[in-house]
Design a protein around this ligand. Structure first.
Ligand SMILES: [Mg+2]
Length: 348
């Protein structure tokens, strides 16, 4: 069964008037690229990659998909998606299959699996072999641009929606400010709610060690991206010295980056991103590899693709998402969301 058509659409966005912010970046949002794969049977599958920033990124990525990836995909066999994925990696290696190209490979890979699932009329996790039909979820709602009152309100709202865990951005100039923020959130969500913290690569290893010990004493669940994402030596030092689990992975590209961190014992919880990992093919491979190291998987970013992958991972512990908007097909009950049961990556 062949892919006969790949269409690419860049969607631009002006960006939010009040961008969300973490310790590293201000994120106004700036559009996305949508890919539709069509098979000879006329079945369509959809994939996309979005951006938190960089206004020109959708146009640049659309050109990469159009000129570099599309020629590799049109005419390919829909039952050989993993072979198509390997070909995309190999053929883009010269100018760098990491970076923006990986965002494109992820969107194409998502569209191909979605097309295959819809062709077989089953969810993708049925194709891969499931181990669970629901997954714990946490709300990433504690952005740095909120004042204390705002962060308390949004965290309390997450709990009222059914979340049992919330994540809060830290990485202020001082540990005292981080502690103030966490205590503000704790007073709003109560002692039964799990809290994770994320410094978005902003600290030195020495400072991350000091703050990590303080967060251990506060009973926090994980310490995310305290130092630059590529500092494998620093992560190995932190993972060895701290009892609080050190989480990272949203800024790692490809299975090989994860293999290095896992072999080195430099991470306690992996957090692959759909776009930077290179699509569901790679998320699944990375998650299964981590399971062999007895390392838990927590998604970076949410949505139906991550949920389909997590349905196949015995080591999946958390889906990341924001507040659940009105009208969303996602339902949360007792801190867990159901895995979509529609064909491909649809909610059904
Ligand atoms: Mg993060």
């Amino acid at each position: 069964m062949r892919i006969t058509e790949l269409t690419i659409e860049a969607r631009r966005s002006k960006g939010a008037a009040r961008p969300i912010r973490d310790a590293l970046q201000s994120l106004p949002g700036s559009g996305s690229v949508h890919v539709t794969a069509r098979s000879e049977d006329g079945v369509e599958g959809h994939g996309s990659s979005g951006f938190g920033r960089i206004a020109g990124a959708p146009d640049a990525l659309a050109a990469v998909v159009e000129h570099e990836l599309k020629p590799l995909v049109v005419g390919s066999d829909l039952t050989m998606i993993r072979a198509t994925h390997e070909r995309m990696l190999r053929e883009t290696e010269y100018h760098g299959s990491g970076g923006l190209t990986t965002f494109g490979i992820a969107a194409v890979d998502t569209a191909l699996w979605d097309c295959y699932g819809r062709t077989m009329d089953v969810p993708c996790w049925h194709l891969w072999g499931g181990v669970r039909s629901d997954a714990p979820a946490y709300a990433m709602v504690g952005w740095l641009n909120y004042d204390d009152r705002e962060v308390q309100e949004i965290c309390a709202k997450a709990v009222s929606q059914g979340f049992r865990a919330v994540k809060v951005k830290v990485g202020y100039a001082t540990l005292a400010e981080d502690i103030h923020r966490i205590e503000a959130v704790r007073s709003a969500v109560g002692s039964d709610t799990t809290i994770m913290v994320d410094a978005n690569q902003s600290l030195s290893t020495a400072e991350a060690l000091v703050r990590g010990r303080a967060f251990e004493d506060m009973g926090l669940f994980w310490w995310e991206e305290p130092i630059p994402a590529d500092d494998i030596d620093g992560y190995a030092e932190l993972a060895d010295a701290l009892d609080i689990p050190v989480a990272t992975g949203e800024n790692l590209y490809s299975r090989h980056d994860f293999a290095r961190f896992l072999r080195r014992g430099a991470v306690d919880i992996i957090q692959p991103d759909l776009r930077r990992a290179g699509g569901p093919t790679m998320l699944l491979q990375i998650g299964l590899m981590a399971d062999c190291f007895r390392i838990p998987y927590a998604s970076h970013g949410g949505g139906p693709v991550q949920l389909n992958v997590m349905a196949c991972l015995g080591n999946a512990i958390y889906l990341e998402t924001g507040l659940i908007p009105d009208g969303s097909p996602m339902r949360i009950e007792d801190g867990k969301v159901s895995v979509p049961d529609g064909p491909g990556f649809s909610w059904g």
